[in-house]
Design a protein around this ligand. Structure first.
Ligand code: FPP
Length: 245
């Protein structure tokens, strides 16, 4: 990263994305290639998340959002869903211990209401600790769907409109009804694992995100892959519908 950082010194921080989002993909294939159960791939993926979150924080990224469990992932075998929930619980329990020390904010994006009671308690605990800090924020999308998020936002807006609390709607106001309210849109979305689609991830927020796809399977993902994605991002010409200056 040294090269990129020194490049940034002259160019200004604009080449460093403020918000990186990642679709965690390839855990199952990683495990299969090693003759391991899929759940071993998820355990390795959870470790990779921990490593990459620290890497992004140290790099000066403000927000890292990961797609860990979608509204569609409930279709997977019960043992796999239970293993993923167990890993998330383990991660959140450890986060409660370390967030205060490392000054990390953690937010869960998604419908927590149908998650196991123990996970809901931990989500509240980490949200509460997060209010004490400013700085790096990790967002974990859990029971999350991009279209679902938009529908829920529309319903919440309709309630406010009916009650007379609002009389108009702008894009900024609508963003305030999303799970991601208050979080800047992702500048860069990375999808490891070889697929080239968004799979219902951040449908509203990704309007102007730069997309980077890589064949690396998520458990194998390293800081060098983050560097490569940021270097690719820095080469892009972000015009937001305008023209090149
Ligand atoms: C996608 O790989 C991965 C998932 C659906 C689960 C991701 C969950 C974790 C890594 C667990 C804990 C997460 C955190 C943030 C602590 P896949 O199973 O679809 O892989 P495949 O396409 O190779 O089958």
């Amino acid at each position: 990263m040294a090269l990129l950082k020194s490049d940034m010194a002259g160019e200004g921080a604009k080449v460093l994305p403020r918000h990186i989002a990642i679709i965690l993909d390839g855990n199952g294939r990683w495990a299969k290639r090693r003759g391991l159960p899929r759940t071993a791939g998820h355990a390795a993926g959870a470790e990779t998340f921990r490593r990459i979150a620290t890497y992004c924080k140290d790099l000066g990224i403000d927000y890292l959002t990961v797609y860990a469990f979608s509204t569609e992932n409930w279709k997977r075998p019960r043992e796999e869903v239970e293993a993923i929930m167990g890993l998330l619980g383990k991660y959140l329990r450890e986060a409660v211990e370390t967030m205060e020390r490392d000054h990390i904010r953690l937010k869960i994006l998604g419908d927590a209401s149908i998650l196991p009671e123990s996970l809901r308690g931990l989500i509240h605990e980490t949200a509460d600790i997060s209010t004490h800090y400013e700085g790096f924020q990790a967002n974990v999308c859990l029971n999350y769907g991009g279209r679902d998020e938009i529908v829920r936002a529309a319903l919440r807006f309709a309630e406010d409109y009916r009650a007379g609390r609002v009389s108009t709607l702008t894009e900024d106001m609508f963003s305030g009804y999303m799970y991601s309210a208050g979080i800047p849109d992702p500048d860069l979305i990375i999808r490891p694992g070889g697929e080239k689609r968004l799979s219902n991830f951040l449908m509203w927020e990704s309007a102007y995100s730069e997309l980077v796809f890589t064949d690396v399977l998520w458990p194998d993902f390293t800081g060098a892959d983050i560097d490569a994605a940021i270097a690719e991002y820095a080469r892009r010409d972000r015009r937001f519908g305008g023209i090149k200056k």
